[in-house]
Design a protein around this ligand. Structure first.
Ligand code: C2E
Ligand code: MG
Ligand code: MG
Length: 640
């Protein structure tokens, strides 16, 4: 019976389309893409040999040499494709670095391949693998091919089970489909040799792997053709978990959001394209070793393996040089303020969460300099370490009562005495020493611990007010800081009122200070909370007025009683123009019936200036630094 070619032809068509689609979809860089493409190519070549062999077998008159070549070619290439499949599966789990030096794995990869290859190559002399004289027949060594395939398959099964956490379920199913389909196709072909379904089976399972494991739309950003944030997160998470050392070149374009907002989408895309070209070029001159990612909003990453460490340094430097070249977009001279940071992970950035948090906004925290920066320069050392351990630091601080509330007196110019104080958080950690509240609050806002800390501060303040000494000192209220994240808490008002009720502290004794930071998508919840607190009789202050975030609109919209002029604003009072600004600001706020606290007063001269402007309250080192409660009490007593 002649051999049918239809399955093989179908396989060739499927494999050709798959190869073209991988190339068109740019699935050509990165080890797993390259191995997948190699796997398809080997199957494609094997199918061609199979077709040739079938044609020769059908012809009956073919030369011995041609028959040997066609069958050997088929078996040789097909046999080679199996270890490539194994490598592909390993690369999907990204654990290659773990097995690379493992002698057992090395033997397992090479011995079956080499043994079978040798057997096939020597077949013309030994005639042990197959015979072609008088029709194609398996020889006594043919079992070696089955044995080798069985070894590889058992290895893949064991490997994927061992590293099952590193493969998503759909990918796992997709890559595993190769095995049952392959086995069934092989069995069918053994029973019905004329059917030639083996390569068709392989093509079908490659198709399944393509859909299940190689989905570029999931990982490739359509604007840049770099991999997306989710892919970066997944890959870096895996690197940390596998303890794989990588060097990450991080590029954040400091001005990208501004350009986008100011110049519009099309223009921003033009800028993006230019940067993408430069990154590609920088990567190309270093041999294309990096995996490229675009995390959105002007943030790029190039990830190098540890062995390419020197290339990472060179590429980062080349990238800075390239980005600093003068170029104009529509005749505009643009400064992108590209900040390039080289980070060794995990040596310099200890864990995955820290990497992701750090990477978000380092460009907002440093002064731009046109050179490759080091992690330590860019990331506040204290914040960096504390951020990594913040959960434990805060848990322990709460457990061992390490938090303290300090009080800084506030002086009333009209009454010529201290009428209130600001409560300020303090933490002396046994490992990190004094942690400034700014660092602490920022870190706690990110970790979510800010709410518990906020509750603690308010409890302490309420306890102080409830003690009675507070009234004896002639104090009227205490100012307590609320951060933006606290204001976002849905039930904030109830929580605060609950704590006050618990200590029987009435609303008039608490004043809440709110600070605005740049992002303000919190408006609604915040406004609701503040209205509710205000209705309950708690007065509100706007902190840090004059720093840019606390703007006029907020002064008008929020139910504020007090405005606190920020120290940075106050510090410039010897500048004549600033004096005009301060004078008019104070007059304007007074016209709105606001009370004014001036913060950061350090000298008599400053005090006199603001007293003359008829500000209401003064707070600053001139009177006292923030101090623990007992010292604060004695300080006020000493002034009576
Ligand atoms: P803030 O609310 O504007 O607090 C005033 C800051 O200015 C305090 O810094 C205070 O020590 C400092 N200061 C006061 N007078 C002077 C002066 O004359 N000269 C100088 N150089 N500094 C002065 P501190 O205590 O380091 O607090 C920093 C920020 O941390 C606070 O700014 C506030 O935003 C935040 N913070 C502090 N405690 C808490 C808290 O319990 N909860 C929340 N959410 N934030 C807090
Ligand atoms: Mg404050
Ligand atoms: Mg302030």
């Amino acid at each position: 019976m002649g051999k049918s070619l239809s399955y093989d032809i179908a396989a060739i068509l499927i494999l050709s389309l798959l190869m073209i689609s991988c190339i068109v979809r740019k699935l050509t860089s990165g080890s797993s893409n390259r191995l997948f493409l190699t796997f398809i190519a080997l199957n494609w070549i094997a199918t061609l040999f199979d077709i040739w062999a079938a044609v020769l077998d059908n012809a009956n008159s073919a030369s011995h040499f041609a028959l040997q070549l066609a069958h050997s070619g088929y078996l040789f290439v097909h046999n080679m494709s199996v270890p490539v499949y194994v490598l592909f599966v390993i690369s999907l789990t990204d654990t290659w670095h773990k097995v690379r030096k493992n002698i057992f794995v090395q033997l397992l990869m090479w011995v079956p391949l080499l043994t079978v290859s040798l057997a096939i190559l020597t077949n013309p002399f030994t005639k042990k693998v197959f015979l072609v004289d008088g029709g194609y027949q398996h020889g006594e060594w043919f079992f070696l091919i089955f044995l080798s395939v069985a070894i590889y398959i058992l290895f893949v099964i064991a490997y994927t089970i061992w590293y099952r956490e590193l493969l998503e379920f759909t990918k796992f199913c997709a890559v595993m489909s190769y095995i049952p389909i392959g086995v069934v196709a092989m069995l069918v072909q053994m029973q019905v040799p004329s059917a030639r379904v083996e390569m068709f089976g392989a093509a079908i399972s490659i198709l399944i792997i393509n859909f299940g494991a190689q989905r570029p739309e999931e990982i490739v950003d359509s604007d840049t053709q770099f991999m997306k944030y989710s892919a970066y997160a997944a890959h870096m998470k895996r690197n940390y978990r596998n303890k794989k050392n990588v060097d990450v070149v991080m590029l954040n374009l400091g001005k990208f959001s501004e350009i986008n907002a100011l110049m519009g989408y099309d223009f921003a895309m033009q800028v993006l394209d230019d940067v993408v070209d430069r990154i590609r070029h920088a990567n190309m001159i270093s041999g294309g070793k990096a995996d490229l990612y675009y995390l959105d909003r002007g943030r790029f990453r190039m990830v190098f393996n540890e062995k390419d460490r020197e290339l990472a340094v060179e590429t980062a430097e080349a990238l800075v040089a390239s980005l600093m070249e003068k170029r104009d977009f529509n005749d505009l001279d643009l400064t992108l303020q590209p900040i390039v940071v080289l980070a060794r992970c995990p040596e310099e950035i200890k864990d995955f969460k820290m990497l992701m948090t750090f990477g978000m906004d380092f460009h907002e925290k440093v002064k731009f300099e046109p050179r490759v920066m080091h992690v330590n320069e860019v990331f506040h050392k204290g914040l960096f370490e504390i951020q990594g351990n913040i959960d434990e630091i805060i848990e322990e601080a709460l457990e061992f009562n390490r938090f303290q509330v300090y009080y800084q007196p506030i002086y009333s110019i009209e009454k010529q005495k201290f009428v209130s104080a600001e409560a300020l958080l303090r933490l002396f950690d046994p490992t990190y020493g004094f942690i400034s509240p700014e660092i602490l609050v920022t870190a706690a806002e990110r970790s979510g611990a800010i709410h518990r800390i906020g509750d603690y501060v308010l409890e302490e303040v309420c306890r102080f007010i409830a003690e009675g000494e507070f009234h004896a000192l002639g104090l009227e209220y205490i100012e307590v800081n609320l951060s933006v994240t606290q204001c976002m808490r849905i039930n904030l008002a109830d929580k605060i009122l609950g704590i006050m009720a618990k200590h029987r502290v009435s609303a008039e004794y608490i004043n809440l200070e709110i600070t605005e930071t740049a992002a303000s998508h919190t408006q609604e919840v915040m406004a609701e909370n503040l209205q509710k607190l205000n209705r309950a009789g708690i007065s509100l202050s706007l902190d840090d007025y004059g720093t840019g975030y606390s703007n006029i609109k907020r002064v008008i919209q929020l139910p504020l009683k007090i405005i606190k002029l920020d120290k940075t604003f106050v510090d410039e009072q010897d500048n004549p123009k600033m004096r005009v600004v301060l004078k008019n600001t104070v007059a304007m706020l007074k016209d709105m019936n606001m009370e004014i606290v001036v913060e950061g007063i350090e000298t008599q001269e400053m005090l006199d200036f603001f007293a003359e402007l008829q500000c209401d309250f003064i707070q600053g080192y001139f009177f006292s630094k923030p101090v623990p409660k007992p010292e604060f009490v004695s300080f006020i007593k000493s002034y009576e």
